[in-house]
Design a protein around this ligand. Structure first.
Ligand SMILES: C[S@@+](CC[C@H](N)C(=O)[O-])C[C@H]1O[C@@H](n2cnc3c(N)ncnc32)[C@H](O)[C@@H]1O
Length: 253
């Protein structure tokens, strides 16, 4: 992902209105409100912040102490276009940087999928070191191997997760899982069908494996709004869903 300028360009253009990002950003805000109430003075770090969509969203919601780090120079440049406080940092090298600030909350969305187990242990441990006691780590991740497909190849993801992975990892960093949910249950059959169909096309040679496309595209206003409302309703009625292509977890230090 780090070297995929086209994917960052799409992300930058779409993350404020695409249903998937809107749902994710609102989920992060809900987790912050639950833990910190209406406080807007908490220090928040977005680790692997991409093009800064979440930081921009939180800034519009009134959060004042926002910082981002990312390992892609393209992503950081997009963040600077938005006037965000973001630095180029390789998350594999966090251990060599002494923590200067401790954060109330660290968000790390869709980043763990680029780390194998030893590197991920180290990353979660280093993120936890940068949290204040009682601080919150929020992380969304792609889930269940059965959803693996063209999108994973396009964004360079090497793995998918289930909750048991985090139940194993959390104690290593002295973290406790506060909440977790897979999402979206309602859309799972459709996503599964599309991914399996794409995989079949790849195997049959109907689709080029050289230039796989990610799921980051605008499906049209009506579909976008419908998907947003459907998933939002699902989250209201079923705050802890048992299945879905993403897994949203919050941890407490
Ligand atoms: C799928 S994007 C997610 C971006 C953002 N968190 C979001 O939710 O939109 C993954 C991000 O992780 C960053 N990343 C991956 N490996 C990294 C590493 N070793 N160090 C720093 N950033 C990394 C990529 O540059 C990219 O911006």
């Amino acid at each position: 992902m780090i070297d995929k300028r086209d994917e960052f360009g799409k992300m930058f253009r779409l993350e404020q209105r695409l249903w998937w990002y809107r749902i994710l950003h609102e989920s992060v805000e809900r987790a912050l409100l639950k833990q910190f109430g209406s406080r807007r003075d908490i220090a928040i770090l977005d680790a692997g912040c991409g093009t800064g969509g979440l930081l921009d969203f939180l800034r519009r919601r009134g959060y004042k102490h926002l910082r981002g780090i990312d390992g892609s120079a393209d992503a950081v440049a997009f963040c600077h276009e938005r006037g965000l406080d973001v630095t180029l940092v390789n998350l594999n090298e966090l251990a060599s940087v002494t923590p200067q600030i401790q954060y109330d909350a660290i968000v790390c969305n869709d980043v763990f999928c680029y780390f194998d187990d030893p590197a991920l242990h180290q990353l979660i441990y280093q993120l936890a070191l940068r949290l204040k006691p009682g601080g919150l780590l929020i992380s969304n991740n792609n889930a269940f191997n059965v959803f693996r497909g063209q999108h994973d190849i396009a964004v360079g993801s090497i793995r998918r997760f289930v909750l048991a992975d985090f139940e194993r990892l959390a104690p290593i960093a002295n973290l406790q899982i506060l909440s977790s949910t897979y999402w979206s249950l309602a859309l799972s059959p459709l996503i599964l069908l599309i991914r399996q169909w794409q995989n079949w096309q790849l195997r049959a040679g109907w689709r080029s494996a050289d230039q796989p496309a990610s799921d980051v595209y605008f499906p049209g206003e009506w579909v976008n709004q419908t998907l947003y409302k459907l998933v939002r309703a699902e989250q209201q009625w079923l705050p802890q869903a048992p299945f879905g292509s993403s897994l949203f977890v919050t941890f407490k230090k």
